[in-house]
Design a protein around this ligand. Structure first.
Ligand SMILES: *[C@@H]1O[C@H](CO)[C@@H](O)[C@H](O)[C@H]1NC(C)=O
Ligand SMILES: *[C@@H]1O[C@H](CO)[C@@H](O)[C@H](O)[C@H]1NC(C)=O
Ligand SMILES: *[C@@H]1O[C@H](CO)[C@@H](O)[C@H](O)[C@H]1NC(C)=O
Ligand SMILES: *[C@@H]1O[C@H](CO)[C@@H](O)[C@H](O)[C@H]1NC(C)=O
Ligand SMILES: *[C@@H]1O[C@H](CO)[C@@H](O)[C@H](O)[C@H]1NC(C)=O
Ligand SMILES: *[C@@H]1O[C@H](CO)[C@@H](O)[C@H](O)[C@H]1NC(C)=O
Ligand SMILES: *[C@@H]1O[C@H](CO)[C@@H](O)[C@H](O)[C@H]1NC(C)=O
Ligand SMILES: *[C@@H]1O[C@H](CO)[C@@H](O)[C@H](O)[C@H]1NC(C)=O
Ligand SMILES: *[C@@H]1O[C@H](CO)[C@@H](O)[C@H](O)[C@H]1NC(C)=O
Ligand SMILES: *[C@@H]1O[C@H](CO)[C@@H](O)[C@H](O)[C@H]1NC(C)=O
Ligand SMILES: *[C@@H]1O[C@H](CO)[C@@H](O)[C@H](O)[C@H]1NC(C)=O
Ligand SMILES: *[C@@H]1O[C@H](CO)[C@@H](O)[C@H](O)[C@H]1NC(C)=O
Length: 843
């Protein structure tokens, strides 16, 4: 009583200064509970506002400065169903704080500062909450380090209607919890609340941790992201009725994923909905190759969904699942996720066709991204394997008739060459098949039985040879991804229309990263249903006609080699947009040329009604300086004036200017490490993988003039070839006498891994200097990016016109020497290192 009076007095004395604070609250209709949704979030109040509408059913007080909930703060809100006071620095609850909230169903009380002593949280404080079903009571540990989270369990004993409890606990649950007889969901693990992460504090899982719940039919236990120092194999014993166990992202201080499996023994021969033990982090790194997943125990649980992804499992004894009589698991499992492990293994050809058929209820199977393979998957493609013999033709593959989604991306190293037909049997329900990065090679033959497939991903395989009529068997395909699949440009140019013709329902086509240089205009004409077309990361210089694609919403043309759009193309794009207002064009990643010739294009960029992905793109001025289309447009008047005054020059230079500009653009690219795209444009064609040292006859071609030939053939040869094992190509030794110097130069460049250009005064004066330098520059390609090494003699007078050369070379590959002095060991080591350095580029 004394408390109550005191509380009221205190309460009054504090209310006065903030009358009217609720003016800032936002009132809307509460769709869920019918009354008002009053949003007082972020209004900086330090008290519960006083005159809230009494028909408020949901009250949001999050992110304010409330430190204390006073007696009768909510007294008038008798209709309140949902109260959220999260993320206030509340450290004290008065005994009658929740007075009047008899109908409250949900209380969110997260990120508080309570220290759980009797003063901060009186014993009877929750007693009025007789209807409460959901309680989330989590402290903000970051604000409150080193605190023990011993919840006064008796405080919660009165909440007998509770069905869901989200709580931070660092010790065993005490007897007060045994009153929560309706409890169905217990959440102790890490959770997100209002985009803030609340940590799991439970680290010891003993037999007694959850003992109080023994007589309560809890169905869901969430222990995600807990850092487990030790656990008892029987810690789940009190939950015989559990349907869902979530143990994702836990860190184990002792033991590993395999040690955790035995705790599931309490569920043997039980029916469950979900077991997720995804991404177990162990403190000791996985050693050895025996990281076996034993399915014996799991096979005896009837579970519908199992997620064991990201656990570095490398061997799975699947046999137990396929041995007659089939165990409960085999009969029950509907969705299984084993993705992102490191599963390897072999499966016999006699067995393989039946694997997917036995799991009769299976709907969704994800075996993708077994990292053994995926680690290098973007670079290494499986080589054609040793030829298999005795294939039946067609190979049958039996599919469980319920299977809707099958993801085996990056699972097999090398499916190999498709030399026989494959027939899927009873795959009527299969909608999604992901075969990306499977080492599929040359689809010469066809795949039958997937007539209902809607999504197919064959990216990352080597499909330069593909059967012309392969898609005839996929009439219902809506999404086709064949990115980075080495599709042959000539094949597509000649047969593309026939090839894609059967795909009459296609909505989404991804042909990115195939090194295409040219796409015929009419290729996509028949795909009238297409919504998204992705041609990014190719080497295309122009956009094909898409006016027929009236449903096309997105055309991805990023990172191609477009440097301007011609009138016809712009006109075509305008028409496309006329037909379909939603049409969007993605051009980012192309570098345009901002020259006088490009004026109409630059104006178009500003004025077009086509939706572009940016309003500002990179471009290069005629002087070679990188700029942006916006910047040019902003100085339009001066740009234009310059163009008019120099138009006579353009006429005079004509063709040559374009060539020069292309080269300049290329150099600017290399300087900015932007893949030398333009230079590559006409040079690389299809093979876009970095070359290796072994691909060349010589390690280094040394370019030098007669004046230093003695030094090169003796000292340099001795240091690099004899002492450091670098195989050199030296003009005086390796070229046939009497040949054309220009031809010899090109041949030597072609055959050498690196090129070392020694710049001396004499070299610059020689009549082949310019030709040589240009050759050196054009030898730098995407496949051999750090190829050129330049040695500059001290005596040389570096004129500005050499910048074009040096800008194309990385800083590390430019070495200054004084050829008059003996050179140091460190110098020889450095140059040898530069020669041996692997190409690293990011594709
Ligand atoms: C809440 O009450 C106010 C007046 O007290 C009324 O104007 C309003 O319509 C009510 N809102 C709802 C959703 O019942
Ligand atoms: C409540 O108001 C805050 C701040 O004005 C806002 O960020 C939040 O989205 C609102 N919540 C709802 C449910 O409208
Ligand atoms: C716990 O919080 C109450 C109320 O804020 C405070 O009076 C008390 O000193 C705190 N006790 C501890 C041990 O921090
Ligand atoms: C459990 O609930 C009963 C009434 O339902 C009550 O009498 C008892 O005190 C509660 N126990 C605890 C520990 O709160
Ligand atoms: C309340 O708990 C039930 C489980 O008992 C859950 O399904 C529901 O989503 C929860 N409601 C809220 C608002 O958290
Ligand atoms: C995993 O747990 C760590 C703490 O151990 C946490 O920081 C991280 O956000 C969690 N990740 C996810 C995806 O929940
Ligand atoms: C498990 O489910 C099956 C049907 O799927 C049922 O026959 C069996 O009785 C259930 N077992 C238990 C222990 O509930
Ligand atoms: C777990 O550790 C044991 C040795 O303690 C080892 O045999 C087993 O392979 C490990 N399991 C995994 C999945 O790493
Ligand atoms: C399987 O788990 C991975 C993460 O481990 C997730 O990215 C993927 O979407 C899951 N697959 C399915 C089908 O849910
Ligand atoms: C196929 O799987 C790979 C790897 O898991 C994934 O990156 C890709 O998005 C998937 N494709 C589709 C169409 O879902
Ligand atoms: C395409 O596959 C079919 C069926 O296997 C085969 O008969 C045909 O010869 C193949 N076409 C080519 C051009 O190889
Ligand atoms: C355009 O992009 C360039 C960089 O590409 C940037 O420096 C410039 O500020 C941008 N201009 C505008 C107006 O956004």
């Amino acid at each position: 009583m004394v408390y109550q009076i005191l509380g009221i007095l205190l309460g009054l004395s504090f209310t006065l200064p903030i009358v009217g604070a609720n003016k800032k609250c936002l009132e809307t209709v509460d769709a869920q509970y019918g009354g008002l949704h009053t949003n007082c979030s972020h209004i900086k109040t330090s008290r519960v506002p006083e005159d809230l509408p009494d028909n408020t059913t949901t009250l949001d007080l999050t992110f304010n400065n409330i430190k204390t909930l006073y007696n009768n703060d909510f007294k008038y809100l008798t209709q309140l169903r949902h109260l959220d006071v999260s993320f206030n620095p509340i450290d004290t609850l008065q005994e009658f704080s929740f007075h009047g909230l008899d109908s409250l169903l949900v209380l969110e009380f997260n990120g508080h500062n309570l220290n759980y002593t009797d003063i901060s949280m009186p014993l009877e404080v929750f007693t009025p909450l007789q209807s409460l079903t959901n309680l989330s009571l989590r402290s903000d540990i970051s604000r409150f380090p080193n605190r023990q989270f011993i919840i006064p369990d008796r405080v919660l004993g009165s909440l007998t209607k509770l069905t869901q409890l989200n709580i931070d606990m660092s010790s065993d649950f005490h007897s007060g919890f045994s009153n929560l007889t309706e409890l169905k969901e217990l959440i102790v693990g890490g959770t997100w609340k209002h985009r803030k992460w609340l940590l799991c504090e439970l680290s010891l899982l003993t037999k007694s941790t959850f003992k109080v719940f023994s007589n309560i039919p809890v169905q869901l236990l969430q222990l995600n992201s807990c850092i487990i120092k030790s656990f008892d194999e029987d810690f789940l014993q009190p939950f015989p009725n559990l349907k869902t166990l979530l143990l994702n992202n836990i860190t184990m201080k002792n033991g590993n994923f395999s040690h955790l499996i035995p705790v599931l023994h309490v569920f043997e021969y039980k029916n469950m909905t979900e077991i997720s033990i995804n991404r177990v982090v162990t403190s000791s790194k996985y050693l050895g190759y025996n990281r076996r997943l034993d399915l014996q125990l799991l096979s005896r649980i009837c579970v519908e969904k199992l997620d064991l992804g990201q656990n570095e499992i490398n061997i799975v004894d699947f046999d137990v699942l396929f041995t007659v009589p089939y165990p409960p698991f085999t009969k029950c499992i509907r969705r299984m996720n084993l993705s992102a492990n490191r599963i390897t293994g072999r499966i016999s050809l006699h067995f393989a066709p039946f694997t997917f058929a036995t799991l009769s209820m299976m709907e969704d199977l994800d075996l993708s991204d077994q990292m053994v393979f995926s680690f290098n998957k973007y670079i290494i493609r499986a080589l054609p394997p040793v030829a298999h013999f005795n294939f039946p033709d067609p190979i049958p593959i039996f599919i469980a008739s319920n299977l809707r989604r099958l993801n085996v991306a990056g699972l097999p190293h090398e499916i190999g060459e498709l030399k026989v037909d494959v027939e899927f049997i009873s795959a009527n329900n299969l909608e999604y098949l992901n075969l990306s990065y499977c080492g599929l090679y040359n689809m010469k033959r066809k795949v039958f039985g997937l007539g209902n497939l809607e999504i197919l991903d064959i990216s990352g395989n080597s499909l330069s040879i593909i059967n012309l009529t392969v898609f005839d068997e996929f009439p219902n395909l809506k999404t086709l991804r064949a990115s980075n699949a080495l599709l042959d440009n000539d094949f597509l140019a000649q047969n593309g229309r026939r090839f894609f013709r059967p795909l009459r329902k296609l909505k989404n086509l991804d042909l990115s990263s195939n090194g295409f240089v040219f796409i015929p205009n009419e290729l996509f004409n028949s795909m009238v249903t297409l919504k998204v077309l992705n041609l990014a990361q190719n080497n295309l210089i122009t956009i094909p006609d898409v006016t027929q694609l009236v449903k096309l919403n997105s055309l991805y043309f990023n990172h191609n080699a477009i440097n301007t759009l011609r009138y016809e193309t712009r006109d075509m794009l305008e028409k496309t947009r006329e037909n379909n207002k939603k049409f969007q064009l993605h051009l980012w990643g192309n570098v345009f040329i901002c020259t006088c010739e490009a004026i109409p294009f630059l104006l178009w960029l500003e004025e077009t009604r086509v939706n572009l992905d940016r309003n500002n793109y990179s471009c290069v001025e005629s002087s070679g300086i990188p700029t942006s289309t916006k910047a040019v447009y902003k100085q339009w008047t001066s740009f234009n004036r310059k163009c008019v005054s120099s138009s006579w020059l353009n006429l005079a230079i004509g063709e040559f200017a374009i060539v020069a500009l292309t080269l300049i653009v290329a150099f600017v690219f290399s300087k900015n490490k932007m893949k030398l795209k333009l230079l590559l444009l006409r040079m690389t064609g299809k093979n876009i993988y970095p070359k290796k040292r072994d691909d060349f006859v010589y390690d280094a071609f040394i370019i030098y003039t007669d004046s230093i030939s003695g030094w090169v053939c003796n000292e340099l040869r001795n240091e690099l070839e004899t002492n450091r094992g670098i195989k050199l190509n030296l003009r005086d030794r390796d070229h046939l006498p009497g040949g054309s110097r220009a031809d010899d130069l090109s041949d030597a460049i072609r055959d050498s891994w690196k090129i070392v250009l020694i710049l001396t005064e004499e070299f610059l004066r020689s009549d082949l200097a310019y030709f040589t330098m240009c050759n050196c520059l054009s030898s730098i390609r995407l496949t051999t990016p750090q190829r050129l090494i330049v040695l500059i003699d001290h005596q040389i007078n570096l004129t500005a016109n050499l910048d074009f050369l040096l800008e194309a070379v990385t800083e590390d590959n430019i070495l200054h020497v004084d050829l008059r002095d003996p050179l140091t060991i460190a110098f020889w080591d450095r140059i040898s290192h530069a020669i041996k350095l692997k190409n690293d580029i990011n594709i």
